[in-house]
Design a protein around this ligand. Structure first.
Ligand SMILES: [Fe+2]
Ligand SMILES: [Fe+2]
Length: 275
């Protein structure tokens, strides 16, 4: 793998709206919040909208039809959607494929490489990526000077303020090393309904809150994220529907890929010399 270089973009900024966990069909779903968010995103005009799962509550066809209708209201020409554990309930991933298409999406936008993956398993709340996919991740992020974004539903690091830790993806340790080795700058996740940002080895892991569900923890409020990517600065905002926006992270995208490969797992996948 080529050493990572300084990020080069063909336009600036490249902008992402990141929304998650609609939970359509749940008693706690509030359509007003989702409608307002879609309106705000349409006014914002991002380059891409990334939806990190749990669009439905039980994976039922009628919930999927409603989710599709909401997503159709987004004017953004690029919308990336991955399923969450709730979408894979009741074999709902079949409806996902029929109404939203592929469960894995790779996209390039003006120097930003995005890989979004399905971390759900049918009828399980736990998530996994799986070692069979690690090579694909390395290949997706092989360009040395792109800004790299990885998206999935399940959280990759524990999220404070969420009580008992559970459902973190099974292979979080190995995946973290693969992503850091690949030079990934930004990871977008959902699932916990609590917004948070971690920084690990120069990689920012941003958990979105739920955008339209009142299934909340503590004093958190429904919200979503807006990301502005420039060559020398990345800004991440937390936006509350009907409300204000706060900067929750600001960083310079560093060239950190290739460092900190300690375990045999990544060495084997990347074909590195084993000691
Ligand atoms: Fe959720
Ligand atoms: Fe979830």
């Amino acid at each position: 793998m080529a050493p990572q270089e300084k990020v080069r973009l063909q336009k600036s900024p490249v902008t992402i709206a990141h929304i998650s966990d609609f939970h359509i069909g749940s008693y706690h779903f509030v359509s007003n919040l989702l409608n307002r968010t879609i309106q705000e995103i349409n006014e914002e005009g991002p380059d891409v909208v990334i939806i990190t799962g749990d669009l439905t509550n039980e994976g039922f066809r009628q919930e999927y039809n409603t989710a599709r209708a909401y997503v159709n209201n987004l004017e953004c020409p690029r919308v990336i959607v991955v399923p969450g554990n709730h979408d894979s309930r009741n074999v709902g991933y079949l409806h996902f494929e029929e109404l939203f298409g592929e469960r894995f999406t790779r996209m390039e936008i003006a120097g930003v490489d995005i890989l979004a993956v399905d971390s759900s398993e049918p009828d399980l709340d736990n998530g996994r990526i799986g070692r069979e996919r690690y090579k694909h991740i390395l290949q997706a992020f092989a360009r040395p000077d792109s800004f790299k974004v990885f998206a999935l539903h399940h959280h990759l690091l524990p999220v404070p303020g969420t009580g008992r830790e559970r459902n973190i993806i099974y292979d979080a340790g190995d995946l973290l090393e693969v992503l850091i080795y690949s030079g990934v700058h930004l990871v977008l996740t959902g699932h916990k309904h609590v917004p948070y940002v971690w920084e690990l080895e120069g990689m920012y892991v941003v958990n979105a809150g739920t955008v339209s569900s009142l299934r909340l923890r503590g004093h958190t409020k429904p919200c979503y994220n807006l990301v502005e990517i420039r060559e020398d600065e990345v800004l991440i905002y937390r936006k509350y529907p009907f409300g204000e926006r706060d900067v929750i992270a600001c960083f310079e995208p560093g060239a950190h890929g290739g460092r900190h490969v300690i375990s045999g797992v990544v060495k084997e996948i990347a074909g590195l010399e084993m000691e």
